[in-house]
Design a protein around this ligand. Structure first.
Ligand code: C5P
Length: 238
């Protein structure tokens, strides 16, 4: 679980993973959401490098369904945080899910479905949902009107979420290749792990995601997350 981001788009304050939702840090929600799945045996958290002890303390003070949880120092990019987390997973583990700490409310059904699809033979699996908005590609020109290049057919687009699931070998290999290319001054970091598999010619498949697996990025997302959590607590003692 990469959890080392600053969360600058959320406004000033603590690192995003430590912001609270219903009185509990986002990170703790996200770890619990994974731990709820019977497919998950170990959760490795990549914490902000200067916040490892704090994250260990937080996780110790919240119940986590008896699952094994380890904390490592994350990196300067999400990609580096994932690579560092992956290195801390015992070698016998064959299936790895990568989940953003910033998606605290992912339903267990999504976690189970991703793990099951990898078990069934896929090398890389992403949960995704159709888009509500029409999407346009533009020539980025921040602060000024941006020329539109084209409009992809919305029916072929999906917004991808996490957890993304992988054969461990595949994920380790694409991260190692990306690191080697970076050292040669090559390609920019990707924003999701499946993107690395695609970059190196692997096959990625999509399974249904869930609207409640949204990423807490901007202030409004926290308002929505509070509402979802309140509804769950009222209806099923979540
Ligand atoms: O920035 P973004 O919202 O895409 O971050 C997605 C996830 O990656 C978050 O859970 C964030 O904590 C994590 N991340 C990280 N290390 C970084 C940057 C982001 O673990 N250096």
């Amino acid at each position: 679980m990469p959890a080392a981001g600053r969360g600058e788009r959320l406004g000033p304050g603590a690192p995003k993973a430590l912001r609270e939702l219903g009185g509990v840090p986002l990170l703790v929600h996200a770890v619990r959401a994974l731990a709820r799945s019977r497919a998950v045996g170990l959760v490795v958290v990549a914490a902000p490098a200067d916040g490892v002890a704090e994250v260990v303390g937080l996780l110790d003070s919240h119940g986590l369904d008896g699952k094994d949880v380890r904390v490592v120092a994350g990196g300067a990019t999400r990609q580096e945080s994932v690579r560092l987390g992956l290195a801390a997973i015992p070698s016998e583990v064959e299936i790895v899910l990568v989940h953003d700490a910033a998606r605290p409310l992912v339903p267990v059904e999504v976690v189970d479905a991703v793990a099951a699809a990898v078990r069934a033979g896929a090398e890389a699996v992403v949960p995704a949902v159709p888009l509500a908005d029409t999407v346009k590609r533009v020539e980025p020109n921040p602060g000024l009107p941006e020329p539109v290049l084209d409009t992809p057919d919305r029916a072929t687009l999906r917004a991808v979420q996490t957890p993304q699931g992988f054969r461990r070998e595949t994920l380790a290999e694409v991260h190692a290749r990306a690191l080697a290319e970076e050292a040669r001054g090559g390609l920019p970091p990707v924003t999701d792990d499946a993107g690395l598999v695609e970059r190196f010619g692997g096959r990625v498949v999509v399974v249904p995601g869930h609207e409640e697996a949204f990423k807490v990025t901007r202030p409004l997302d926290l308002v929505l997350a509070e509402a979802v959590l309140a509804r769950r607590r009222a209806s099923d003692g979540y």
